[in-house]
Every structure is written in structure tokens, then in C-alpha cells.
Design a protein around this ligand. Sequence first.
Ligand code: FRU
Length: 501
Amino acid sequence: MNQSVETSESRDALRKEKRTENLRRAAEEEKRMGRTVAGCPFRTKFHIMPPVGWINDPNGLCQFKGVFHVYFQYSPLSVHGGGGYWGHCTSKDLLRWEYHEPVLTSDIPEDQSGVYSGSALIEDGKMYLFYTGNVKLPGDYDYIDKGRISTQLMVSSEDGQHMSEKKKLLGMEDYPEDITAHVRDPKVWKEGDVYYMILGARARGREKDGSRRDRGGVLIYVSEDRENWELYREIVPEEAFGYMWECPDLFELNGERILSYCPQGLEHEKERFQNIYQSGYSVLTQAEDPVTSFTEWDMGFDFYAPQTFLSEDGRRILIGWAGLPDTEQTHRNLSVSNGWQHCLTLPRELTVKEGKVFQTPVRELGSLHWQSPNPNEMKGDGTCDWSGRTVLLEVSGIAGGTQEIRFGKAGNALTIRVQDDLAELSFLDRDGRLSECGGGRGRRIGRLAGPVRELTVLADSSIIEVFINGGEMTFTTRIYLDRDERELSVSGPGTYSLSVI
Ligand code: FRU
């Protein structure tokens, strides 16, 4: 046996050993904490949540042989994140999910500090997953220019659960000169005979006075065989629009080209960019410069890192992370004491109308067995007790007054308030104090192009999603009400219908 075969064999043995150990530790933690998580009043019914620990970005979204697969950034070993795994769940209806063993773990040198976000490509009955292997070298580094290694990798699968060996596609030697070590989150698609890969990146930059000001952007690579990739375009605005863009996506929708990305480092404004990091889209057909048409995907407290995929029946579906990184200083998730944190949004169908992307809950939601609340759930004052139920509220005919929807009891509630072209989500009580159920969240506002006419609100235990005017604007927020505090009241000029399940 020659030397190189021996080395590759021992490397493979080491990888398998590491993977087995990683999976054993995850399973042990899922077992140890399973009952606590299952008993948590905040667990969701139709929204993907971590079996235990922490979840962040949705990854590898696809429909494969009829089944929907969602992979996700998963930290079973710590409720505060840290990564290390791609979790996996499947569904036939995008609403009820079955959880499986994680498919990727940190088990090769190239992904020793994280199996970061990525995407799926389905071709000829096979699934290909693309992701970023992250390495943070131990030492005194800035982890921007030095100390970080970002590698783009691929695995393939016949069944969505068992993965082939990891194959390196791009490494530090393949990125343009002006790009720092932050290059990640490959989204791959095919057009004609050509494969495209878009990556989020951070370019080195300077202010006029010489001080450092990095610029976010994307890199697009092309390939003819899925394995050998060449740089095709580098899109980095001259004038910085954030210092880093994460989780890019590029897709066609009703004849428009949509670029989705998550810029970090934008200045907060009163009615825009209210969260720590942003995520939004640009309609590329409207302008060469993506920044001029940037629109935020969601105006709520909890939305980041969305990804889209095409279902087998041709729908463009988006799922976001109903959470954000680095929010420990501003607000909390009260599920942490029960061993889990964060969830994903409901899958949303996208359409373009007049150059704007509209988001509506997937149509499968309408096929659930919704019922009117029982008389004993309705109180004399018009409030509804929704403890233990998922709520779908539709309000129409709003124009011409203030419409208020309150989840919770006075003093500890979330109020959704719309008037004219303004929509607001607020955890503040009458005296301006923060409600406990917001975990520190305050107020978010969004201004629409015209008056608010109608609203759809979905409340699934600890997550509320608001869709305004047929999905022209959405708000996603987490809410932590004890079961006996789950009341809902609606007031204003609109007529409403309420369904529960
Ligand atoms: C976005 C992100 C991605 C990265 C992943 C790591 O939330 O920072 O850029 O791949 O999370 O978990």
C-alpha cells in the first residue's frame, strides 16, 4: 500500500470517528433534554424549532422526490449557539415536520469550526448540498483578514439523509484579492447547462481619510460540472452598504431577477433597519445597483437569513430564521430556561406585483382543519382565550381608522396597531413600560406605500407572523405568554374572522 492511500484511509477513519462521536453527543443531549423541551409552553406546532438547543439559518431547502427537506444550522450542545451541525427535518405539507439525525457535523479539518450555511440542488434524482466549512485558528487574530479559513464544500445524497464524502470546491486561493476571509453561504442553481454559485462576502475598503471601512457584497462563480468553479462576477457596491453581506440568494420570480441578501452594519433609521442586522431584496431588473432598490423582507423583531427554493409545482417558497445573531444585549428568548431557543418562520409563497415581492403563508395552511373558537373560548368583552391553540386571524376593511389587535392581557401584551399607511408592533404598555412577554423587545414600525386595508395574523404559541395587504409587508416576532395569559382582542373598524386549531 503506498503512502498516499494509507494517509487518505487514515483520514477517512478519523473523519468517521469524529462524526460518530458528534452524532452520539447530539443524540445524548436530545435525549437528556427531550422531556423539558417537550413540556415547554412556548414550543411551536407548525414552525420548525430545534429538537434541543439552538437553531439559526434554514439551509438546503428543497423538495426532493415529493418530500420537503429543511436543513438548519443546529447547536444541540448549547442553547446559546456555537453550531457544529446541519439539523434535518422533512414534511409532506410544509407545516408538520419530522425530525431526523443531523446530516453534517464538523468532522474534517476544513469545517472544524463549523458547517456553515448553504443550499441544495436537485438534479437527476440526486441531491447535492453546498455549504461553507469554517475554520477559526486558535490565536490572536482579527478573524477578518487573518485567522479564518472559508472553504466551499459539497456532498451528495440519494435519500437526503445519508451523505457522500465531502468535496472541496473553493478555497481561500480562489477568492479575489480585495475579499477578506469572510466568504460564505453558497446558494447554487442551474440555468441551461451552467451552474451558478452565489456567495456572501466582505471586501476590504477604506474611507477617504484612510480608516478602514469594509464593504459587503456577493461573488458569483460558474461551473459546467458542479465541481470546478470559476469567478464570474463580483458585486460589491463602491459606497459601502454594510460591511458584510450574509446568506445571498438569487432567483427569478414572475420575470424579475431578485437578489436577496443580509447586510450587516447599516445605520438604524426610525422606520427602517431597526434590527441589529438586516435582510432584504433588490429587484435587479429595476436597477443595476442592487442597493437602490433594497427592501426589507420583514419589519418585525425576529427575522434573518432567509432562503428560497422552487417547489415541484413551481412555487418560489421562502423560509427565514425567526431570530437574529447577537441580540443578547437587547432582548431574550424565554424558552432558554427550557433548553431551546429560536425557530424558523412559516414557509411563505412569493410573488411579484408591480416590482414588489409579496409574501403569503403557503397555501397548505388553508388545508388544515381550522375551526371557529368554541363559545367557551369567547368572553363577554369580545376577547378570545387561545391557550393551547394556533390562531389564524383575518381582518379586512380596515381603511379609515385605527385597528388594534392585542395578544395577551393589558400590561403584558403585544399590540399590533395599524393606521393609514403605518403599521406598528409594540410590547410597550400604556405607560411605556416593556411587557414581560416580549423578553426586552420594544417597538417596530413599518410604513407601507398606501393605506393598510387588510391583515392576516398567525399565532403559533410563541411566534406571531403578520401579513399586511396580501403580504406587501410582514412582521415576525416571538412572544412569551404563559398559557393562562393567551388572550386575543380585536378592536377597530375592520371586520374579522377568527379560526383556531
Ligand atoms: C447567518 C450566519 C451565516 C453563517 C451561519 C453560521 O446567520 O452567520 O452567514 O453561515 O450563520 O451559523
